[in-house]
Design a protein around this ligand. Sequence first.
Ligand code: ZN
Ligand code: ZN
Length: 296
Amino acid sequence: MLDYHIHLWPHGRRDTVPTVEELAAYCARAAEAGVTEIALTEHLFRFVQADALLHGFWADDPDAGLRASMAQYWDDHARADLDRYVSCVLEAKAAGLPVVLGLEVDYYRDRMGEVAALLAGYPFDVLLGSVHWVGASWRFDDLGDPLSMAQWSSRTVEGAWDDYTTALEELAASGTCDVLAHPDLIKVTGRRPGEPEEFWDRMAEAAAASGMAAEVSSAGWRKPAAEAYPAPPLLARFAARGVPFTTASDAHGLPGVAERAGDLVDLLRDAGVATLRAYRGRVPTEVPIAQEAGRR
Ligand SMILES: [Zn+2]
Ligand SMILES: [Zn+2]
């Protein structure tokens, strides 16, 4: 069993330098739950290197309020040093901890070539690809931001899902990342279109065509969506197309590591999936889903 989506820092300004001791505690917590390997996958936008490359990517958004909000959000987050993050995870690996070096990479329309060039300078094991905003700056999943949430009232659910799915298709086609993180994140608030099937089909096709794995994440259970990512019918579509899977908690701190790992095993078993994908140096290998993944 794997937990291939773990953050060090909660959202906001707390971006301390990680330590090997901190990562050892994460690994111990994972092991208690039957998780044998974790991937550290901090957000690209937490790092000053992303700021240098991508600052102002929101400038094309026609909504001045959203532009200002994204500028503030970006400023609050792009504080840490990618080199120190990487060297700490490498140190933990060298010490024998079952951790791999990852990153959660957002989709930046028309900028993914530059993103890939930056990331190629680091020895990543796995790169998650995520769509966290629609258009240049609508943070549709930022539940704590009133401006972002108010947008849900001025758009149709179908339109939001369509825009999200288009961004996900473009992200997959860019070839920048290895795993589609929380593939149906657009359901986060619990709003779902009457006929989600066409969107599920498009998401599954995007993954299959790109060779990316799909992440099965317990994070959705703690959101208004009250359902793991992906929804079971989408998970079945991935499986039917031979898309491989990772499992993930999307923890933003030690307490959430390996959360509901056992329930994720059940979801995969129900879909007839027997293996997970692990990564070393961005090269995939198949690993069995452990029998004994814990429940807590
Ligand atoms: Zn995410
Ligand atoms: Zn995440």
